[in-house]
Design a binder for this molecule. Structure first.
Ligand SMILES: *Cc1c(COP(=O)(O)O)cnc(C)c1O
Length: 230
């Protein structure tokens, strides 16, 4: 698994170079959903420190098992507003924030002794093809409201475009997200994270300026089809 990670990091560096962005242009988030704690421990032993999970119950079991390791956990899955407390208490980042009600709950529930919860707003850049993510038209208002909440720190944007193997289409979708990001920066938001790119569209995301890629299958192998129940 270390070798697979090393090869992936090298490919990422080459793309960073190729697109004129400097060698360490993106952070690698290892998406460990549906993979066992043992796999996470192995990858952590190779130097990987940031992990992403999508299903809360499964994630909490693994966080408990791995609490001795100093890992940075990102919640990247859909959130029900009645299940935010554990997310606020146990994670360093939430990348799938897409509505104010959930933001308010996370802000209230983030323990005062912890640093602010880092958040990315998830944007629906594919219209009908996706149910998750805020509508781009609502983004400026949501960003302003989230910035006003205590114990949350708005870091940037995340999106999962409709899957396509066509490189040009992948780039166009990511370019839309980058434009939205640039508009928020122009409006005065202090952002540093453009979370885009997964196993099958990494190169396009790097070409379009992504700063954090979320990679599951290219690191861990194929997941079983059915997601774990919450
Ligand atoms: C599962 C998942 C990923 C990783 O997808 P792969 O295709 O396995 O790399 C990235 N982001 C989110 C939000 C996910 O749910």
């Amino acid at each position: 698994m270390c070798q697979r990670r090393q090869e992936l990091l090298e490919r990422i560096s080459e793309w960073c170079d190729q697109y004129g962005r400097g060698r360490d242009c993106v952070r690698l988030l290892a998406v460990s959903k549906q993979f066992p704690a043992d796999d996470i421990q192995t990858l952590a032993g190779c130097g990987q420190s940031a992990f992403g999970e999508s299903y809360l119950k499964e994630a909490l079991d693994k966080l408990d098992m791995l609490s001795g390791l100093n890992l940075e956990w990102h919640f990247i899955g859909p959130m029900q507003s009645n299940k935010t407390r554990r997310i606020a208490e146990r994670f360093a980042w939430v990348q799938s924030l897409d509505r104010l009600k959930v933001a308010q709950r996370l802000a209230e529930q983030r323990p005062a002794e912890l640093p602010p919860l880092n958040v990315c707003l998830q944007v629906n850049i594919s219209g009908e093809a996706s149910k998750s993510g805020t509508d781009p038209a609502d983004l400026p208002g949501l960003a302003a409201a989230v910035t006003g909440l205590p114990q949350l720190r708005l870091r940037g944007l995340m999106a999962i475009p409709a899957p396509t193997i066509q490189f040009g289409e992948q780039r166009r979708a990511f370019a839309r997200l980058r434009d939205l990001y640039d508009s928020l920066v122009t409006a005065g938001h202090d952002l540093d994270t453009l979370s885009m790119g997964m196993s099958n569209d990494l190169e396009a995301a790097i070409a379009e300026g992504g700063t954090l890629v979320r990679v599951g299958t290219a690191l861990f192998g194929q997941r079983a089809a059915a997601p774990a129940a919450d």
